[in-house]
Design a protein. Structure first.
Length: 628
């Protein structure tokens, strides 16, 4: 989806330092950018402008015809019988003209509103699609810093603000310009004094609208932030509803939601007060101007300097002008909301993903599937402090398994994220068959690397669709094979709907072990050459884990396998085991070699297998503590 570029051009999500929490810069450039998006729909935009101009001109004909009708009616009363037929015919002609002008004005106004609303919905569709597509490409580092509730608010409420601006402001502004510009010129040319009085309320209304624009823009931004907070609280509450019920925290959660809701309500009431105060001031200005026109115009009628029909034309013109001029506040409000909402949406759209294909990147060419870390340093922060991994080097090839163990926070899961290039290393490099993964395309890399993550996420769909997520067109036999390897097939066969069984939102109808096995099956289905298990059997019982490991041993003969686990039983069979602590590899070797070393791995082994009291004499208390 092509979205007009911002001015100036946006940079990387890390280079710019922007996050969804940073305040957007609101300027006329945002409005111009929205209008450029609308201008791409040339036919709809041109027809909408034409309808707005034609409708305004037909509306301006009504005061003239009504003025003529009043003069004809007055003449009809003063004429003799011989002249009444002519005057009556003229009156009927004028009445038909008024009716025709009103009908045509209604038709073109209807077309203008239809085109404006349809154009707004098309732009909203394009923005939502482009926004969702950008969220798919932004790096994990960006999503780590930004709350999903704020992103949802931008993709829904802010896109709606942009759509409403196009629907409510663009064509109405054109109509107002024609009414005030051309209509004002006409009445001033008839009588400069009365024309000036008839238009006298317009500058005041414009001034009040300009003042309210500044306040409404500021309060809308604050209201959006408070609504984002509401969304975040509700999302967390629904996601953790079982925890809330288990700790009887409903009252606490309700009070937290009430505080956020009250803050949003207070801001909404403040906006209402501001809007209606300005509405009252605009009404006062209008009726004051009308009173002056009646006073001055009536005096001229009495003096014979002005006809009653002309005075009626001025008053009708003011009545017609009242509503469009009063809509200046709505136009300005829509523009203010559109500019802020557009800035918030474009802020995300303009970000360049930190993790993206480099120019000229080639597809990863797998010959063997040898994975190598070469002196890798990594930090989650853009300034590189603190380092999560320090000088990590290892190599594992096809048919071999590398086990990774260490205390919490040692960087184990980070290794899994780096293999699939969810993040980029700060120093060193990661290669597969000698190819730096930063120089190959992301699609080809992730097609060759399967990461079974610690947190299992399942979609609200059938078991079959969840397993086949990476390859929706795969044959049912392969789905069953993947489930069999993950020790899930027998469970699925006992279900009434078998593989068509719905798993519910986030897979809550399944147990933790069943969700993990389904996640393993989903990762195995595409047949990756490099498989990374990130504590993916933590919720599986020991017997099932042995069966999974036996099945994976057969599958892994031609694959490179990394097993990250805090349970030594999951990786004791590995060809090599590395012990991470503080982001560094402090021990490495086979299970037997590490036990013989009598270091941190041996301390962890004794804690898990033999019990804490069975620590060998050579293992210090500090080593056992670190192993935890």
């Amino acid at each position: 989806m092509s979205i007009p570029a911002a001015e100036p051009a946006a940079g990387s999500e890390e280079a710019t330092g922007k996050t969804a929490a940073s305040p957007p810069v609101v300027s006329a450039n945002v409005i111009l950018r929205i209008l450029r998006m609308a201008a791409r729909h040339r036919v709809g935009m041109a027809l909408g402008i034409l309808c707005a101009v034609v409708a305004a001109n037909f509306q301006l004909l009504i005061p003239r015809y009504l003025g003529d009708a009043v003069d004809h009616a007055q003449g009809l009363l003063a004429r003799t019988a011989s002249g009444r037929d002519v005057a009556e015919a003229a009156l009927w002609t004028t009445a038909l003209l008024v009716l025709g002008a009103g009908v045509m004005r209604g038709v073109f106004t209807m077309l203008q509103n239809y085109l404006g609303e349809s154009l707004g919905h098309r732009i909203g569709y394009e923005l939502r699609l482009a926004y969702f597509e950008k969220l798919q490409r932004l790096s994990f580092g960006y999503h780590d810093r930004v709350h999903s509730g704020d992103l949802i608010t931008r993709g829904m409420l802010d896109v709606e603000g942009v759509r409403r601006f196009l629907e409510n402001a663009v064509f109405r502004t054109i109509t107002l310009a024609v009414l005030v510009g051309y209509g004002g010129y006409h009445v001033v040319s008839i009588d400069p004094v009365l024309g000036t009085l008839a238009l006298s309320f317009v500058p005041f209304v414009a001034w009040r609208a300009a003042v309210s624009r500044l306040w409404l823009r500021r309060t809308w931004r604050t209201l959006q932030e408070r609504l984002s907070e509401l969304t975040r609280i509700m999302e967390e509450n629904l996601g953790g509803i079982k925890v809330v019920r288990a700790f009887v925290a409903q009252a606490f959660e309700l009070a937290k939601f009430d505080r956020a809701s009250s803050a949003a309500l207070a801001m909404s009431l403040r906006r209402i007060d501001l809007r209606y105060r300005n509405g009252a001031a605009m009404s006062l200005a209008y009726y004051t101007a009308m009173g002056l026109v009646l006073w001055v115009g009536g005096s001229k009628v009495i003096e014979g300097a002005l006809s009653v029909g002309t005075l009626a034309e001025f008053l009708t013109f003011m009545a017609i002008l009242q509503q469009p001029v009063r809509q200046i506040g709505m136009i300005v409000n829509s523009a203010a909301r559109g500019s802020i909402s557009g800035a918030r949406v474009f802020e995300v759209l303009d970000l360049e993903p930190a993790i993206r294909d480099q120019p000229g990147a080639q597809a990863l060419a797998i010959t063997q599937g040898v994975l190598r870390f070469e002196h890798v340093d990594f930090s989650y922060r853009s300034d590189g402090v603190p380092l999560v991994l320090r000088d990590v080097t290892f190599e594992v090839g096809p048919g071999r398994t590398l086990g990774i163990v260490g205390p919490p926070g040692s960087g184990k899961s980070t290794l899994a994220h780096l293999v699939a290039r969810f993040y980029d290393v700060r120093a060193g490099r990661i290669t597969i068959d000698g190819q730096d993964i930063r120089h190959v395309t992301l699609d080809s890399l992730r097609a060759c690397v399967g990461v079974m993550q610690q947190d299992t996420f399942l979609f609200s769909a059938s078991i079959q669709n969840n397993i086949a997520y990476g390859d929706p067109e795969v044959a049912e036999e392969r789905i069953a094979e993947a489930a069999e390897s993950a020790q899930l097939h027998r469970f699925v066969e006992r279900l009434p709907a078998r593989y068509e069984t719905l798993v519910g939102e986030r897979g809550l109808t399944l147990s933790g072990g069943q969700r993990q096995r389904l996640s393993i099956a989903r990762s195995l289905l595409p047949g990756p050459k490099v498989i990374v298990f990130d504590d993916s059997t933590a919720s599986v019982d020991a017997g099932t884990e042995r069966q999974i490991r036996a099945a994976l041993r057969e599958l892994g003969k031609a694959r490179t396998t990394l097993i990250i686990s805090h349970r030594l039983g999951s990786l004791m069979h590995a060809d090599e085991i590395v012990f991470l602590d503080g982001g560094r590899i402090v021990e490495r070797g086979t299970h037997a070699e590490l036990l013989a070393l009598g270091g941190r791995y041996r301390g962890l082994y004794d804690l898990q297998v033999r019990g804490a009291d069975a620590s060998p004499p050579g293992a210090s208390l500090s080593e056992s503590s670190r192993a935890q």
